[in-house]
Design a protein around this ligand. Structure first.
Ligand SMILES: Cc1ncc(COP(=O)(O)O)c(C=O)c1O
Length: 492
């Protein structure tokens, strides 16, 4: 159903219009425009062009003008018309004509990067096409939770930058210094400037780790279910993934020992506090056991910790990194889930040799993160607004969580079950009636509401993630009502 061909290349649509004041005949302008778009790879070989009548209507020209344009392109071997199947971009144009366009579609399928999961691309596409959708799918803060006014005020008063050249690829030094106090104060993590690397969100930390510290064929362990955007990234790096089942206390340390014995896993990726998507917290006892297992096996742990500062009432256990006396943990944090995902500011705390190696690798990609968001992050972390913002964020998230939970209990008590999370942005739900993920998703979109099907986190079907941080408070009740209608309509 989510086959790429059917989503992207179904039909050619032009917003472009011919220039009626030009001396170039209109049919020629149309033929040139189509050829240009084919050459940019916008219309790949085999894609369907509109019928002459429809195209004439779209462009506001006579049908005979389109007939002329098409026949010009046909004579060049660029397009083909067949009775019954209409007009298409030639499949073998590359050989048939004297002018050769690279086969961009083939290039787009090349390289070692796998595309994102079709469901994720479908969610993104639905949100772009229907901006009015009530969005329980995007894992980020909505405008009512992000410190929009504070950050805007701060941007207006940014101190002058004295230097605008390439900056240190390990990150803007004053921001690294500010992060030392932040990590110490909020996470009880002791670090040094040289062990901090500033990244473009946590995502870049994960990317750098998988590409630079691991090799194709290496085995790594991840939680089951797990953060969805990391799955294709791991696969693109050629890693063998082993899933660790987790319960409400998180993953079980003894499973890690067993996996290590069997597959010699090289690294363990965990999101131990308010895990995405389940909201589970690895408890204190298991944290201690896990660090013991890691130090016994010499196994590095990547601790991905974007949510811990959202804790509502109960404080979560200390991060693994704060308890790590041996140096097993690479710690990743970010401003995305506590302030603004669009700033793209994240950080990693790692042994100096690793921070330098990864800074060197990222310099090969982009010469370092732009100084502007780093300067904004520096000002925000150091401002009097930061701590009150966190307090307000927790209260508002708690309110939205409760509203979602109450609404689900009222509207879908028999159909949807969940464990109430004590922090984070998401509610992980089991859908009790047997329904197809794709049908439920399409039906929900049709009715105006988006959610993330469980399969994108590698889980079995019959689960979903609802993000209560993204929709506005007043959208939560109507959004769940629409979802309930969608679910009932697809129940067998
Ligand atoms: C567990 C986890 N890690 C990392 C990320 C990446 O976030 P960012 O790159 O915006 O910091 C996310 C985003 O949803 C996440 O949920």
């Amino acid at each position: 159903m989510y086959d790429e061909e059917s989503i992207v290349f179904e039909e050619v649509r032009l917003i472009w219009k011919p220039d009626r004041t030009s001396e170039i005949p209109i049919y020629k302008q149309i033929a040139d425009e189509i050829e240009r778009r084919i050459s940019y790879g916008e219309y790949p070989p085999g894609s369907q062009l509109p019928s002459e009548r429809k195209f004439a209507e779209q462009l506001g020209v006579n049908r005979s003008t389109i007939i002329l344009a098409y026949s010009e392109l046909r004579s060049l071997g660029i397009i083909e018309s067949h009775t019954g199947s209409g007009t298409r971009v030639s499949k073998d144009k590359w050989e048939a004509t004297p002018r050769h366009t690279p086969n961009w579609k083939r290039y787009a399928e090349g390289g070692s990067f796998l595309p994102n999961l079709p469901f994720l691309r479908r969610i993104r596409e639905a949100l772009q096409q229907q901006p009015s959708l009530i969005d329980f799918a995007s894992g980020e803060l909505g405008p009512d939770l992000a410190p929009v006014a504070e950050i805007n005020a701060l941007i207006r008063k940014l101190p002058d930058l004295s230097y605008l050249g390439y900056n240190d690829p390990q990150g803007y030094f004053p921001l690294r210094q500010a992060l030392l106090s932040y990590l110490e104060h909020y996470r009880h993590i002791h670090s040094t400037e040289s062990s901090v690397l500033i990244t473009s969100g946590s995502q870049q930390s994960l990317y750098l780790i998988t590409q630079c510290l691991l090799s194709p064929g290496d085995a790594v362990a991840i939680e089951d279910p797990s953060y969805c955007y990391s799955l294709p990234m791991f696969q693109s790096a050629g890693l063998r993934l082993f899933r660790l089942p987790s319960d409400e206390r998180g993953v079980r340390p003894e499973d890690i020992r067993a996996l290590y014995k069997k597959h010699r896993i090289k690294m363990l990726f965990l999101n131990p506090t308010y895990q995405n998507p389940t909201g589970a917290v690895l408890d204190q006892e298991r944290r201690v056991q896990l660090l013991d297992v890691a130090s016994e096996l010499g196994l590095p742990i990547v601790e991905d910790d974007p949510f811990s500062l959202t804790a509502y009432d109960v404080r979560p256990p200390l991060p693994l990194k704060a308890m790590d006396t041996v140096g097993s943990v690479l710690y990743i944090g970010s401003l995305s889930k506590i302030a603004a995902s669009g700033l793209r500011v994240g950080w990693m705390v790692a042994p100096r040799a690793i921070a330098e190696r990864l800074a060197d690798a990222r310099a090969q990609m982009d010469f370092g993160l732009s100084i502007v968001p780093q300067q904004v992050a520096l000002q925000f972390l150091g401002s009097d607004d930061f701590a009150p913002h966190l307090e307000r964020l927790r209260m508002k998230l708690l309110y939205k969580r409760d509203l979602l939970v109450e609404t689900l209990q009222r509207e879908l008590a028999d159909e949807v079950t969940f464990t109430v999370p004590e922090g984070g942005l998401h509610l992980w739900c089991k859908i009790r009636p047997k329904v197809s993920d794709a049908r439920l998703f399409e039906e929900a979109i049709r009715r105006g509401v988006a959610f993330s099907p469980g399969s994108v986190y590698g889980s079995d079907s019959g689960y979903m993630r609802l993000t209560y941080a993204r929709p506005r408070t007043e959208e939560i009740v109507p959004g769940i009502k629409l979802f309930a209608e969608a679910l009932r309509s697809v129940m067998e």
